[in-house]
Design a protein around this ligand. Structure first.
Ligand code: FAD
Length: 341
């Protein structure tokens, strides 16, 4: 099967590695240069363990990170690891066409997707494909080009987060505030991060109280974060964002399939988006192994297999199921952000 994977992020590379283990040679197109990534606080959830174990990098990642809720049998609920380590391990010895952006889908007269147009350092080229797999993230240009609709649902609350070079000392800690908000910290051997929900007031207002006020609030609400946030010395290490959930009624059209963040995105409270995406990659690689000459059958098998796993996560996301959320109740003393005078 001629397979083109659009996007060489965590999910695209996982899929490519798993397909190669099954005798396929997919083309991976990644618009960014080799080794580029956005640093962020990251925990690898258990849903991603089986594919990474098969690829042969799980124990390496465990030794380079800190376990979250370790179990007696040596496993854990999740591993907090520097995000560059997982991307680096996946990229090792994997052929990826870096600096190549997918700009168009190619259709046959029936409307079936039969390839992509990619723009790279040597210009534009058309690449034929039996199956184009969108692994191009939340904004997924391929999803849009295919005309597959995404339902994007902004959360009621915004997020304030920090990155710190200080390891922090705890792999994970999280607490809830009395108005239904949440605050947490992640730590790994080279650094730490933190997040909290806050009012949707825009970056300027959320950051206006300044770095000292932000540090004081974090320590008061989550004492376990004291060491982590001690490494925050500039407001540039603090970020405000307005997360949204994403789900798609359909993941497939003849010739093109969505997986990973292009197909679904869960709220920051779940911390499972990448693990579900890597699970998608595992299921799809296996479906293609079972139907090596029929991409439609492989895609249908994937959907049958994956829907009962992914759809409940979508339905039960805390962003949708919370009994009350920011704005419904008064926050407790010191909990509101920005502080109310
Ligand atoms: C701040 C933050 C914290 C997170 N923390 C966690 C966490 O703790 N645990 C967890 O499980 N998940 C977490 N996630 C989610 C996790 O990062 C994603 O689920 C995961 O990265 C999804 O991988 P992906 O490969 O589907 O998409 P992406 O990582 O977005 O990769 C998409 C790739 O496609 C490329 N691309 C896009 N368009 C094109 C194009 N036209 N042509 C070629 N290439 C293209 C992009 O350059 C990119 O490399 C977090 C996300 C954020 C934003």
């Amino acid at each position: 099967m001629n397979i083109v994977i659009c996007g060489g992020g965590m999910v695209g590379m996982t899929l490519a590695r798993l397909l190669r283990l099954r005798g396929q040679e997919p083309i991976v197109l990644e618009r960014m240069p080799e080794g580029a990534f956005i640093p962020r606080g990251y925990m690898l959830p258990f849903q991603g363990f089986p594919p990474l174990e098969e690829i042969g990098i799980l124990s390496e990642l465990r030794s380079e990170g800190w376990d979250i809720a370790p179990r007696e049998d040596g496993s854990s609920v999740a591993i907090c690891v520097q995000v560059g380590k997982i991307l680096g391990a996946l990229a090792r010895d994997l052929p990826v066409e870096y600096g190549h952006t997918v700009t168009e889908l190619v259709h046959d007269p029936t409307g079936r997707v039969v390839g992509v147009v990619a723009e790279g350092p040597d210009g534009m080229r058309t690449i034929p494909a039996d199956l184009v797999i969108a692994c191009d993230g939340f904004g997924s240009p391929v999803r849009q080009m295919a005309g597959l609709d995404a339902e994007i649902e902004p959360l009621a609350d915004a997020a304030l987060s920090f990155m710190s070079p200080e390891p922090g000392g705890v792999s994970f800690a999280m607490a809830y505030t009395s108005d239904g908000g949440h605050i947490g910290t992640l730590g790994w051997p080279e650094g730490s991060a933190g997040w909290r929900s806050c009012d949707r007031v825009g970056a300027e207002a959320a950051l206006a109280p300044g770095v000292d006020a932000i540090k004081k609030m974090w320590v008061e609400l989550l004492p376990e974060s004291e060491k982590a946030i001690s490494g925050v010395t500039s407001i540039d290490q603090v970020r405000y964002s307005e997360p949204s959930l994403l789900r798609c009624a359909e993941w497939w059209k003849p010739g093109v399939l969505l997986i990973g963040d292009s197909a679904h995105f869960f709220g920051p409270e779940t911390g499972v988006s990448s693990g579900i995406g890597m699970g998608d990659a595992h299921a799809l690689a296996e479906a293609i192994r079972q139907h090596p000459d029929n991409s439609d059958a492989a895609a249908q098998s994937f959907i049958t297999w994956r829907s009962p796993v992914v759809r409940p996560y979508e339905a039960m996301d805390p962003g949708r199921q919370r009994k009350f959320t920011i704005g419904d109740r008064e926050p407790g003393p010191g909990e509101a952000w920005p502080p109310r005078s």
